[in-house]
Design a protein around this ligand. Structure first.
Ligand code: PMP
Length: 440
């Protein structure tokens, strides 16, 4: 694989960009000795500045359910950019898209558009606090909800010896620059353990505004909820009079037309969307029933933003929703089918090569973890056993042969509607070779 042009960009970049790029996960920490610099994407493929072609399974961390440069997205953006980029006024397109979303989401009466998942989560938490008058929020170990100070706690993998007792996890800030006050009101519990949640609610429900979680743990590989767990969480939230907030930044408009809420039969009080929603444009949303959403009416709970409801992005959302739901939701079925195939066939390749690689998925989201366990059922199992260096070596080997698996060791890979059967077959062929060549 040629890397000269990327190496030159990296030299230039290191002089003017921190880590040579704009997020730690894109830089040398995950792509050694330097990242490839990209120029172009089309369908499920992308090309770097050396002209290397990759089948893309990272897909912009889940932002591209239709893949790169979908012809209808290109067309609508070309047309609409002629009419102006952004007005920061009320828009006809935001009404149209909100109507489409409400039509797809049983649990949602109203929507508010933002730009990123982080902002949406920040707003959701503020809404929950404003509405209930209670100050604490409960999040879970290993769940990530963006980089807002109040939620930047216990999201990263840590040595298990530092995590404390599962009944009372140590809250570990994910960054410096946070004051203890910023996470003072953020409680942390162990996920996928209903008794752990009930213990916290028994003790502290009177001061907890919301229980917030990813429906599928997807920032620590892919860890599915145990059967019945999410429904049980919802019941407990009702019983203890605490809002149930499902962060669907990753799962929304990916796992099913109604997201994880539909897949698991839930009626959350608050949901947030991002990533897949904008099909590569920064569009996020906070959504829920009217009595919850109206808390932000007229700035009672403040939600502002010059860039909110980005006009061009909303045209992309409209096309994405139309394409994914066409032919009785064929787009969603395809994402799931490819995700299931990748999972089964990668697991078979690992067994065949005698590698301790376990691939878990929920539909379209899948991730290989090198572990001696048969299954990773929670954050602590991931922290205790995941060999992250081995994943890095595997992903680097795949990229050498034109298969782009994310370099981010704790995230996940995904399918898009433009992946073909030939893409899956080629990926498995390369994975089989790489797994056989890797040391056991
Ligand atoms: N919530 C979840 C569950 C996420 O996975 C992420 C991003 N990985 C976010 C929120 C933050 O979204 P963004 O990166 O768009 O700010």
């Amino acid at each position: 694989m040629k890397t000269d042009a990327s190496a030159q960009f990296f030299d230039r970049a290191m002089k003017v960009l921190v880590e040579g790029c704009s997020s730690a996960s894109r830089g040398p920490l995950n792509y050694s000795p330097h990242p490839a610099y990209f120029r172009k994407g089309k369908g499920a493929r992308m090309w770097d500045v050396d002209g290397n072609e990759f089948i893309d399974w990272q897909l912009s961390f889940g932002c591209l359910p239709l893949g790169h440069a979908h012809p209808r997205i290109v067309e609508v953006i070309r047309n609409e950019v002629e009419n102006g980029t952004h007005f920061a006024t009320a828009l006809e397109i935001e009404v149209e898209v909100a109507e489409m979303m409400v039509g797809m989401l049983d649990h949602v009466d109203k929507v508010r558009f933002a730009n990123t998942g982080t902002e949406a989560c920040m707003t959701a938490v503020r809404m929950a606090r404003g509405l209930t008058g209670k100050r604490k929020v409960l999040k879970f170990e290993g769940h990530y909800h963006g980089w807002y100070d109040g939620l930047l706690v216990s999201s990263n993998p840590q040595p298990v010896t530092t995590l404390g007792h599962p009944n009372d996890p140590v809250r570990i800030p994910d960054s410096s620059g946070l004051t203890p006050g910023s996470w003072e009101d953020t409680l942390v519990a162990v996920w996928n353990d209903i008794d752990a949640l009930e213990r916290v609610l028994k003790r502290s429900a009177h001061e907890i505004a919301c229980v917030m979680m990813e429906a599928v743990m997807s920032n620590m590989g892919v860890i599915p909820p145990k059967p019945g767990y999410l429904k049980h969480v919802q019941e407990l939230c009702h019983r203890y009079d605490v809002l149930f907030y499902l962060d669907e930044t990753v799962t929304g408009f990916r796992l099913a037309p109604g997201g994880a809420a539909e897949l698991y039969g839930l009626q959350p009080d608050i949901v947030t969307f991002g990533k897949a929603l904008g099909q590569g444009f920064p569009v996020a949303a906070i959504a829920g029933p009217s009595h919850v959403m109206d808390s932000i009416e007229y700035g009672k709970v403040l939600h502002y933003g010059s860039q909110n409801a980005p006009r061009l992005g909303l045209y992309a959302v409209k096309v994405m929703l139309e394409e994914m739901t066409r032919d009785d939701n064929a787009g969603f079925r395809k994402l799931t089918d490819i995700g299931n195939q990748m999972t089964d066939r990668l697991n078979a390749a690992a067994r065949d090569a005698g590698q301790n690689m376990v691939v878990q998925n929920v539909g379209s989201m899948f991730h290989p973890v090198f572990t001696d366990l048969d299954e990773i059922d929670g954050y602590r199992a991931f922290c205790a056993t995941a060999d992250l260096a081995k994943y890095s070596a595997f992903a680097a080997g795949m990229r050498e042969d034109g298969i782009f698996f994310t370099g981010n060791k704790i995230l996940h890979n995904l399918s898009c509607t433009t992946h073909t059967q030939a893409d899956v077959d080629r990926t498995i062929e390369v994975a089989t070779k790489v797994l056989h060549e890797m040391p056991k």
